[in-house]
Design a protein. Structure first.
Length: 94
């Protein structure tokens, strides 16, 4: 298993990295190694499950900056994040 700590960054960066990893694992024809990444948030942020993408603009209307609202590649509800909150993503071969 690969283990990697990522530096604090925006919601847009963190969710883009999760999406990139997800797409990488989804596209592999051979079994990749499991990958665990963890990180903290740089600023207050909101992440939405992929089925809630239509709500992004409503959170921007509430005062969140563009890079503070992001859609996760996973499902689930709305999650509010604060600076320093520890978050992780685990990618497993299937």
């Amino acid at each position: 298993m690969l283990l990697r700590r990522y530096p604090p960054a925006s919601a847009q960066f963190q969710m883009a990295e999760d999406t990139r990893r997800f797409q990488f694992y989804e596209s592999q024809s051979q079994e990749p190694t499991a990958f665990f990444r963890y990180y903290v948030w740089q600023a207050p942020a909101v992440t939405l499950g992929y089925r809630q993408a239509s709500l992004v603009s409503s959170y921007r209307d509430k005062g969140y900056k563009a890079d503070q609202v992001a859609v996760r590649p996973s499902g689930g509800g709305i999650v509010e994040h604060q600076p320093g909150d520890l978050t992780y993503a685990l990618f497993l071969p299937v």
